[in-house]
Design a protein around this ligand. Structure first.
Ligand code: BG6
Length: 496
């Protein structure tokens, strides 16, 4: 099928009145339309509990496009884009709603001359995901001449058990290759670049193992707090919110073996092997390998901010972690002995996602005594807010016999980034093209839940409270000890 034919589809958005649809989905669809990746042959049916009508949805979509800063001067284009939208007030538990949706899809397919491709996008409360998927099936909404795909937002369960139940429910209605589990980190430019950097460069590929790499550090820090999501976050915490998905996805991309080919199956199979080799963290080793903490009041952008337990909808005695640091070990031949240190948290000093690959030092450091000691070579992958890479080498200081670190930098400049698609735009495009490589396979989801469950069960068994860190800092100092014990320290991503 050619690309044009592929991109013909009806998009059914469950949760179209919500924040995600407004901030991410509508602007991304609009961008795809502007670029011609979506032709005139598409329709969007927004669903929600609210009693909106088509006009109300269109007003919200227009606002979303404007707020995303997208070409306000293109009124005509926006109008023709909006002509593809309609709204249905929807009750996920009512069969009439599904019947109405079926009619609406069919009428849109006729009006826009579509071939029956259907994307069902779940951008709403996760408790209904399973039920909706099954109702889509049982009410014949998958009976079409085209393909049908189900896009599922996180959280995919709250632990392995609930994830399994959800997976079984959706698998009764959709085959694995019709399910697109979104992890928006997999749509980020520099996360996608990890594979290219690793597999297309002779200067890295042969060194990417425990003979040459000393440790790998993955940081994803945020300045924001829980932003009115206290209710959700209380049950999730940083471990489920960030580690189970985004961080473990990055670790698997960093540690996977070279795939035989760049196909979805080959790439996923290598990533899955990494997750299978992750050393389990349990009651015995949790205190030596994981640090959890909660932010206390502090200062962010020169403004006083409250501590986590003072946030709205948060229990004043809450044990929920807003910060996690951990040492992960991958027990296979390539990575034995190389720690992967990860950390993520809210209300930290900077918004930054970076990977630092620290190479082993020269076996004999000729420069150590007489001259300023050299440091290890580093490869820094800047994922956000900057995008690019830095390679840190040792060089000679000009006019002196001393050595000095030399930084070779490649950062995407603003011009490169103007037309860079946002993560969601890329992922939506991949979904309509039928490319599931940058979506999580069930095996990845279940293996990461196994690790996360083991950690959270170990925490449940202890009566220790999480540590605290001051808002606006890089987390508790105990996280330094995780590395210090191995003779390492965190590279200061806030200054890199
Ligand atoms: C989401 C989490 O998945 O990722 C949020 O639920 C978090 O709590 C967000 O803020 C971080 O995404 P990004 O792209 O801003 O790093």
């Amino acid at each position: 099928m050619n690309d044009r034919k592929q991109s013909e589809a009806v998009f059914v958005i469950f949760g179209s009145t919500g924040d995600l649809a407004k901030r991410k989905l509508f602007p991304s669809l609009y961008n795809l339309y502007l670029k011609g990746s979506l032709t005139e042959k598409f329709a969007v049916i927004g669903l929600g509990r609210r009693e909106w009508d088509d006009e109300k949805l269109k007003t919200v979509v227009r606002e979303a496009i404007t707020e995303a800063g997208q070409q306000m001067d293109r009124e005509e284009q926006i109008d023709s884009f909006l002509a593809h939208f309609s709204y249905l007030s929807f009750d996920v538990t009512n069969k009439h709603s599904y019947e109405e949706l079926k009619e609406e899809m069919e009428s849109k397919e006729e009006r826009f001359h579509l071939s029956g491709n259907r994307v069902f996008y779940m951008a709403m409360a996760p408790e209904f995901f399973g039920q909706i998927a099954q109702s889509i099936h049982s009410h014949g909404l998958k009976e079409t001449n085209g393909w049908t795909r189900l896009v599922i937002e996180k959280p995919f369960g709250t632990d392995l058990q609930t994830a399994k139940v959800l997976n079984n429910e959706i698998r009764e209605a959709f085959a694995e290759d019709e399910i697109y589990r979104i992890d928006h980190y997999l749509g980020k430019e520099m996360v996608q670049n990890i594979q290219v950097i690793r597999f297309a460069n002779a200067m890295f590929a042969p060194l990417w193992n425990n003979r040459h790499i000393s440790n790998i550090q993955v940081t994803s820090s945020e300045k924001l707090g829980v932003e009115g999501r206290g209710g959700y976050y209380e049950k999730s915490g940083a471990l489920r919110d960030m580690v189970q998905n985004h961080i473990l996805q990055m670790v698997s991309l960093l540690a996977m073996d070279v795939p035989l080919q760049l196909t979805t199956d080959e790439i996923r199979s290598e990533k899955i092997k990494v997750l299978r080799a992750l050393r389990l963290i349990d009651q015995q080793n949790v205190n030596d390998t994981v640090v959890r903490a909660q932010y206390d009041e502090g200062t962010i952008n020169r403004t006083e901010v409250p501590g986590y337990i003072q946030e709205e909808n948060v229990d004043p005695n809450s044990n929920t972690e807003t910060y996690v640091a951990a040492k992960l070990m991958i027990d296979n031949h390539v990575w034995a002995g190389v720690p992967f240190y990860i950390r993520t948290g809210k209300r930290m000093a900077v918004k930054s996602t970076k990977v630092v690959v620290e190479f082993k030092e020269m076996p004999l450091n000729l420069y150590a005594k007489e001259h300023k000691a050299t440091g290890p070579n580093l490869l820094i992958i800047h994922i956000q807010p900057d995008e690019g890479i830095t390679i840190v080498l040792n060089g000679k200081k000009i006019g002196s016999a001393d050595t000095t670190p030399v930084h070779l930098e490649y950062r995407h400049d603003s011009e490169d980034r103007i037309n860079t698609p946002e993560a969601y735009e890329r992922l939506l495009y991949d979904c309509i093209m039928g490319d599931a490589t940058n979506f999580a396979h069930w095996d990845e989801v279940s293996l990461s839940w196994s690790l996360v469950d083991a950690i959270s069960n170990a925490w449940k068994e202890t009566d220790q409270k999480p540590l605290t860190y001051k808002a606006g800092t890089m987390g508790p100092k105990e996280a330094d000890k995780l590395l210090a014990i191995d003779g390492h320290s965190w590279w200061p991503v806030e200054h890199m």
